[in-house]
Ligand binder design. Structure first.
Ligand code: MD3
Ligand code: FE
Length: 213
């Protein structure tokens, strides 16, 4: 369903088997070289979600290859299968694996942000504008259902639309929606299938940083 121009929600896109594989990959990334942790903000705040990055490390508010704000380790490499998953996601949402910048080149995500939400975690309304690319962001939700708030491009307040994101849901944000404000006001604890073996919610976002070493 197209929620706004360029914002496409595909409920249940990931099969249960693919969800389990992604949970396993996230567990591995969470072990290191950079651990899953609460990101510290420059003004002293601490995010309630826990995050680990793949390919490029996001430290507020830039991408680096080493986690200078955590333990200084080099971020884990971005696997080819994850870029392929990103192209499959764009094909499912838009019918085309292209980056959508008019060049005809395929989408080539080079970073993934893995966010883990326990029952108390939230994410305030923000824009994602640290990437030097207008290519879409691919979001994959696994585990507990959350309320996702999709806003406008002008300010963090109304108008916005609340959408529930459940395990296996794909959401792609491109075109006019790429720089929209968005956030997660809360999760619904205990809504995940117990067979998944995950207490909480995982969100994996794929992006193009537009950076080169
Ligand atoms: C709309 N993550 O990592 S995913 C983030 O569920 C982030 O963890 C949330 O916001 C989460 O930055 C929301 C949906 C999402 C992700 C990126 C977007 C929506 C977006 C970028 C542009 C517009
Ligand atoms: Fe975001």
């Amino acid at each position: 369903a197209e929620v706004a121009p360029g914002a496409v929600h595909v409920p249940g896109w990931l099969s249960p088997a693919r969800q389990r594989e992604l949970v396993e990959a996230c567990r591995e990334w969470a072990r290191g070289p950079v651990p899953l942790r609460h990101t510290r903000l420059p003004r002293g705040g601490v995010m309630s979600v826990r995050t680990v990055c793949v390919g490029w490390h996001w430290q507020p508010y830039r991408y680096t290859r080493t986690a200078d704000d955590v333990n200084g380790a080099r971020v884990v490499g971005f696997p080819g299968w994850l870029a392929e998953l990103g192209r499959d996601a764009l094909t499912a949402a838009y019918g085309d694996p292209g980056a959508g910048d008019g060049s005809g080149r395929p989408y080539a995500p080079d970073t993934a942000l893995v966010n883990f939400y326990d029952g108390a975690a939230r994410m305030g309304m923000h824009q994602d504008k640290d990437e030097r690319s207008g290519a879409p962001v691919v979001s994959l939700s696994i585990g507990d259902t959350c309320v996702f708030r999709f806003g406008n491009t002008g300010n963090r307040g109304r108008p916005y639309t609340d959408v529930e994101l459940a395990s296996g849901d794909l959401f792609v944000f491109g075109g006019a929606s790429r720089f929209a404000y968005h956030g997660v006001p809360g999760v619904r604890p205990g809504t995940a299938d117990p067979a998944l073996g995950l207490a909480g919610r995982l969100n994996v976002t794929l992006r193009e940083t537009g950076l080169r070493d």
